[in-house]
Design a protein around this ligand. Sequence first.
Ligand code: XMP
Length: 517
Amino acid sequence: MDSQLRQDRILILDCGGSYAQLVARRVRDLAVYCEVLPSRASRERLLQNEYSGVIITGDPRASRNPTIDPILFELDIPILAIGYAALILNRLLGGSTEPGERQESGTSELEILKPDELFSGEVPSPSPVWLSSGDRIATVPEGFTVTAHTADFPVAAMSDPERRIFALQFHPEIRDTAAGETMLESFLRGICGCSAEWKMSAFVEQTVAGLRERLAGRQVLCAFSGGVDSSVAAMLVHRAIGHRLLCIFVDHGLHRKNEAADIERVFREHYDLNLVCVDARDRFLGRLEGVTDPETKRKIIGEEFIRVFEEEATKARASMGEIDVLVQGTIYPDVIESGGDASTMVKSHHNVGGLPKDIGFTELVEPLRDLFKDEVRRVGMELGMPENLVWRQPCPGPGLAVRIIGAITPERVAILQNADTIYREEIDNAGLSREISQYFAVLTDMRSVGVKHDRRTYDYTVALRAVSTTDFMTADWVRLPMPVLEQVSSRIVSEVEHVNRVVYDITAKPPATIEWE
Ligand code: XMP
């Protein structure tokens, strides 16, 4: 913690919306430590730390008339306002705004009129920038100069070099702004004088120290799925409080082949995690018997998961005493997906099915809620977790249940597990596992005629899916090399009983989804 206190730090003041964490991520990528505070934060909170600079972000769709504490302008530290925050700052300092002409957000060519320190790096003119539609700056406050414009925005950038205040109506943090990173780097290094010292190890050190203090003397429970997010979250808390963290892993029988046993072995034996593995396979499969509707499957698994977890929490309380803190592996994209303001919410689509608020926890700990997936993986590596765990594929909470079309029986689960294992092995052998966002086999309910060992068969078709995506909202199918597909197909039909046909899914999302159910 001490080493952290001595580092340069940037304040990101969030006037609403989802840009703040993206800006924070870019700042971290430039190896500078930053803190995000809401614009409504108290003055004491704003003044609590000495900042090297402030970046203000906002979104007109997220909050109405947010304001900024004017004390910021008296601190004599550089300020950069981005997007909607540029309008807020402009208004506060005496400038005016007007309705813009643009109907849609998108890129425009930025022309630099007067290069200031922000544009002093290698920012070409013209250069594409990403702007949102809506109001625009009309007149600038006293002391400010218009430094750049676009066809639709007469004041796309302005600055008061003396007070070191900069405002950009476009978004440098969005990749469509080609020179955005250069501008942010100029702000952080040239204008704020921050050095590139911050590392993920500092995040780990600081988070662990914070958790140790916050959880002093308390017992904590974690719904552990073995996925990347819940594992990294648990390992951080474990490093802070050791055995006072109890992880509950529910084996619902719908994990990949050997996955439950592997998780138990690695985390309990190797990491000395206080882990309870609950064998609830019969319970789950019993309740799923004869169920074919995908949403009913999800509902049953979600409900049963909560029931098992509650029972285990009760048992744990009986032996350990008070446990009022719950750890969850929520990461930043989950916060956005769940509707932005997740400050009090328990993740509804969490990998383990979503836990209700009323099961006796007074506090939720989400140590990864500000991080993006690749940053979570970096934290995992920093914690010394093995690569195969840190690079685990995302797996839906209901597991293989949504990859078995139609009824779920122990026999059909085994067929899918075996086919999926072969697919995984061959993707690994081809060295492709890190290049594909998500890949898995699906057991369809289609049966067709085939021939095996000179005999007629009437067996299932397995579908293979592999997608590349950055956000899982849209995805493209991966053009797997033919020899890999050929090898997977011939191994599945020869090694897996009751499968006589393999097909490859060549559909993008949309119109398809990534999962088949
Ligand atoms: P879809 O199929 O909606 O999947 O394109 C997008 C991403 O979400 C995962 N997914 C789920 N995750 N519970 C989960 O925790 C679910 O019910 C669920 N359904 C889909 C899917 O694996 C993909 O990564």
